[in-house]
Design a protein around this ligand. Structure first.
Ligand SMILES: [Zn+2]
Length: 410
């Protein structure tokens, strides 16, 4: 019986010129967010035979997810998406694939986990998480292939740090996010607009409770509104009603499985193409030559931005170059020789890191990991993992210092 079967279950795709299955099987993709698009991307990559997946999602499965997130069933409601996604992929699609799951926020994942991946797939649906992912990818010089959907529209963006535009570059924002684009730079400073008070409140809620507020929890909404109004009153921006805050920052965009499926299909395909491009020197001779020929004939490219409209059935793509004044990607890649390494006690306050540098340079600094502000009174191990890198920004001039944090052995 078995001698009639193809020798590999990937036989059909291996018949394609250019296709190098070994490259796929030797690659690792970090999927940030395993909801509507993320679970589709995970399934697609598993079926293609990807070597390993790193699944990150802090959310739990809700009943309303079941219409479009095919890795989850009714009995899974309440359980962590990252853990159930791992279990289902292993059961249904491939038991040989190596999967790690992290039911945490992106900000709580050690940077070494991001470094272990070849490419990051961005499938998150909230603004701060996307900006954090973008800043981390740029910082670690990793390719990020990001997707977003909004009702009948889907978009995929290919971010090769400093070659293509990043998510923080001067790009036309989706209409319902225009007002929030200033969020990262207003988290720490004085709110210049009324909405900034809401973003500062969200940030403070996250810092205090170690999680995002839930839009269906009356207690969370009351607490968030209280914090936002403290800022609004202090800076004379009037008063927030609970409903207004929910619409402003906890708004869930409408979502369609068909649009998720097409968008995640485009995203998965661009991930595969990016793997071939990045690992071209490791490809088999024939496949590499085919790839070179296609590139030369302009028949192979990864557009930096693609937008799919399910209403018109069109996919439009265009190129976006980096914004030279972008706060995230206009900085040069950190030169390893300019990276300062500090041995710290993981139970100390974050302030001890700043004090160390202050002693040397006689200046005040604020600490950031990606675009996440590190509060002075936070405990180091609550915010950082061994080997993480942070930025210290001078509060008096433009100086930025890159510091790698190494934990003292206990
Ligand atoms: Zn940028």
């Amino acid at each position: 019986m078995t001698q009639d079967l193809p020798s590999s279950k990937y036989d059909r795709q291996e018949r394609l010129s250019l296709w190098d299955q070994d490259i796929i099987e030797d690659s690792s993709i970090l999927i940030a967010g395993v909801g509507g698009t993320g679970s589709e991307v995970a399934k697609n990559l598993a079926l293609l035979g990807i070597g390993s997946l790193i699944l990150v999602d802090v959310d739990s499965i809700e009943f309303s997810n079941l219409n479009r997130q095919m890795l989850f069933r009714e009995e899974d409601v309440g359980q962590k998406k990252a853990e159930i996604a791992k279990k289902r992929i292993e059961e249904q699609y491939s038991s040989s694939i190596k999967i790690k799951s992290y039911p945490n926020t992106l900000q709580n994942i050690p940077q070494r986990v991001f470094r272990q991946s070849d490419i990051i797939a961005g499938c998150v649906d909230n603004f701060l998480a996307r900006q954090y992912l973008n800043a981390t990818a740029v910082e670690l010089n990793k390719i990020l292939i990001d997707s977003a959907t909004d009702g009948y529209l889907g978009q995929v963006q290919y971010i090769k740090p400093r070659i293509t535009a990043c998510l923080a570059c001067d790009t036309p924002p989706p209409p319902n996010e225009t007002h929030v684009l200033t969020a990262p730079c207003t988290l720490v400073g004085i709110p210049r607009e009324r909405e900034h008070c809401a973003w500062k409140a969200l940030y403070e809620f996250n810092t205090s409770f170690g999680r995002e507020p839930v839009d269906t929890s009356p207690e969370d909404i009351v607490e968030l509104t209280k914090i936002a109004n403290d800022f609004a009153h202090e800076y004379h921006f009037g008063h927030f009603e609970e409903k207004e805050l929910v619409q402003l920052i906890l708004f869930h965009v409408p979502s369609l499985i068909t649009v998720n499926a097409v968008t995640s299909g485009i995203q998965s395909q661009e991930i595969v193409k990016a793997l071939f491009l990045e690992k071209k020197t490791l490809m088999k001779d024939a496949e590499r030559k085919t790839l070179d020929r296609l590139i030369e004939a302009h028949r192979f490219r990864i557009p930096s931005f693609s937008i799919y409209s399910s209403l018109t059935g069109t996919i439009n793509s265009f190129e976006m170059i980096p914004d030279p004044s972008c706060l995230v990607c206009s900085q040069p890649i950190t030169n390893v020789s300019s990276l300062l390494e500090l041995q710290v006690d993981q139970n100390a306050f974050l302030e001890t890191i700043i004090n160390e540098i202050r002693k040397k340079n006689d200046k005040e600094y604020a600490g950031f990991r990606g675009n996440l502000f590190l509060p002075n009174d936070g405990i180091i191990k609550d915010f950082l993992s061994d080997g993480d890198r942070i930025t210290l920004s001078s509060l008096t001039d433009d100086e930025e210092i890159r510091v790698q944090i190494n934990f003292q052995k206990l």
